[in-house]
Design a protein around this ligand. Sequence first.
Ligand SMILES: NC(=O)C1=CN([C@@H]2O[C@H](COP(=O)(O)OP(=O)(O)OC[C@H]3O[C@@H](n4cnc5c(N)ncnc54)[C@H](OP(=O)(O)O)[C@@H]3O)[C@@H](O)[C@H]2O)C=CC1
Ligand SMILES: O=C1O[C@H](COP(=O)(O)O)[C@@H](O)[C@H](O)[C@H]1O
Length: 467
Amino acid sequence: MSQSDAQTTTTLLILGASGDLTSRLLLPGLATLLTVETDRRVRVLGSDLPDMDEDAWRDRVREAFTKVDAGAEAERVLGDTAYIAADATDADGLQRALDAAGDGPLVIYCALPPQITAKACAALANVSLPEQTTLALEKPFGYDADSARELNRTLARSVPEERVFRIDHFLGLYTVLNLLGLRFTNRLFEPVWNRDSIESVEIIYDEMVTLEGRAGYFDHAGALRDMIQSHLLQVMAVVAMDPPASVGERDLRDAIGQVLRAARIVDPAEHSRRARYTAGSIGEREVPDYTAEEGVDPDLGTETLAEVQVDIANHRWAGVPFILRSGKAFGEIRKRVVIHFKPPAHIPDGLLGQDTPDSLTIDLRPDSFTLSLTTNGAGDAFTLGRTDLTGQLGGGQLEPYGEVLSSMLDANPRLAVRGDAAEECWRILEPVQRAWDADDVPLEEYPAGSQGPSSWPTAGASGARQS
Ligand SMILES: NC(=O)C1=CN([C@@H]2O[C@H](COP(=O)(O)OP(=O)(O)OC[C@H]3O[C@@H](n4cnc5c(N)ncnc54)[C@H](OP(=O)(O)O)[C@@H]3O)[C@@H](O)[C@H]2O)C=CC1
Ligand SMILES: O=C1O[C@H](COP(=O)(O)O)[C@@H](O)[C@H](O)[C@H]1O
């Protein structure tokens, strides 16, 4: 941060201040950020419906800052915070919150349920915003391509595109950002990062968590919308994009937009799978059947595990399947990108015993990588084996929400999803959603605590499935 930036206070106005995201991710992310970037000055305001009050809000802020041991920062933020009871869909209520924010740089953070966010954005379009206002919106951005387009049009009535921060916290993941350095600064990788050398790519995010009290949201979203539409397509874009001229917002987001525009799911009935967990146990924890979870409507047929094969129709990637998969209630966490290289064109006669092609695994959480190479094995020098070169990536100072907030408070949208990219992500998955709605793809089952349906290859440990 420059000296002048250090002296500027940005107001962060959180709409949805009493929600789960605010207390579990946003405030802790901010607390960590302020302990790392100690020159930064942020005034935090909370706003929610009248069933919360100033004391309850202050308790939340205190709790989040105490958890990360924020010391002096906690006192400063608490000394300057306020709570405004207001309906975020109502222009008068919003105006009161804006009056409390005053002049100067402002971030309005919509930590609201998605349908309320859309209404709040419509209301904001009728309110006069300070010139330096950034609008931050949580995922999901709309619920299909049409609604995303409509929301983009609404937002454009309030602020320019560079001031819209569509949040995808995976873009703040240390390992995802590390892909930029790994790919574009190592002579070793970029020349082979294409269809000539790569057989397939897997992007996997299998979690042990289940609904964690979020059935009201998840049951209407499902794994496809919750994880693949947003996070995994963004990760895919960073893995697959052409080298940008710079990591400035325009170059970076142009490169991401370009690769998403080329992405498609060619045959959704063949190239997608879905499943739902049944009763089981994850470690010591007994997990009920998904349909027996509180707040779930069994008739919705929601999937808790989704997999799609994306094809990227461009010179670099034609013919290389990108498998994107995410599931809940797994017995083991697997959160990784796996690059499967092609076998060599010819292995010299006489070198024996190894036919597994090389691979590069980038573990998203915890941060590490493994380059699996063919070498001569122990013993006979002409008999080949595998060597795994493993490295820790070191981890960032900030959790993803802290990283994203840092960029947002600087009004630098390079870690935000641009409007066109948000629409593209819906466009890519719409054929799948249609095929699923038409029941062209069966809803399979897997016991909680397993690694998915037994007929599916083990995530992250396989080659891509055959198309
Ligand atoms: N929670 C999470 O782990 C994650 C959430 N997200 C996204 O973040 C957003 C918020 O999610 P989450 O915090 O879980 O949701 P919650 O329902 O927990 O929080 C939303 C908050 O908004 C309040 N609210 C509802 N209507 C209005 C209104 N008209 N005016 C003002 N406040 C209102 C709610 O109040 P009340 O409860 O009284 O209705 C509630 O406090 C969603 O878009 C979600 O998809 C993204 C990633 C992770
Ligand atoms: O946005 C979401 O992300 C989490 C996974 O991200 P993590 O940072 O918590 O690992 C996912 O569990 C949740 O369903 C989804 O809404």
